[in-house]
Design a protein around this ligand. Structure first.
Ligand SMILES: [Cu+2]
Length: 139
């Protein structure tokens, strides 16, 4: 009986529960939601419609699910999986300290399927990373 109760408590300690990333003004421009074991992310691009060869930014919000370590840093990248190449530019990510971020300097230089990669590094001693990906097809 006592052993069973302890087991329940320890599994709760490792469980993670959903959180809602706060991306204000979401009605203006369609927001996409992504999810990993420890994090939830919502993003939108600026401008809303991406043009081939046009620079754009990605605005996103991130939150740690209950029980997960808070994010320490986030990297944003994109590549074309079928063509095995990335972008010609490196992105820079800035955060406001409140879970909202902006990635600048993205540019898709050709039409086709591009995959975004959001890589979150957890704070704390282990510094584990988790990746969230999603793809878009550029005409
Ligand atoms: Cu390509």
């Amino acid at each position: 009986m006592r052993a069973a109760a302890l087991f329940v408590l320890s599994s709760l300690a490792y469980a993670t529960w959903a959180c809602t990333p706060a991306l204000p003004g979401a009605t203006v421009n369609k927001v996409q939601n992504l999810d990993s074991k420890s994090y939830a992310l919502a993003y939108r691009t600026q401008p809303a419609t991406i043009a081939v060869g046009g620079h754009f930014a990605v605005e996103f919000a991130l939150c740690a699910k209950d029980g997960a370590a808070t994010p320490e840093s986030v990297r944003v990248d994109a590549h074309m999986p079928e063509h095995r190449h990335g972008m010609n530019y490196k992105t820079t990510v800035t955060g406001n300290g409140g879970g909202k971020y902006r990635a600048e300097g993205l540019m898709f230089h050709m039409p086709g399927r591009w995959e975004y990669i959001f890589e979150v590094r957890a704070s704390g001693t282990n510094g584990a990373t988790e990746r969230m990906t999603t793809s878009v097809v550029l005409q």
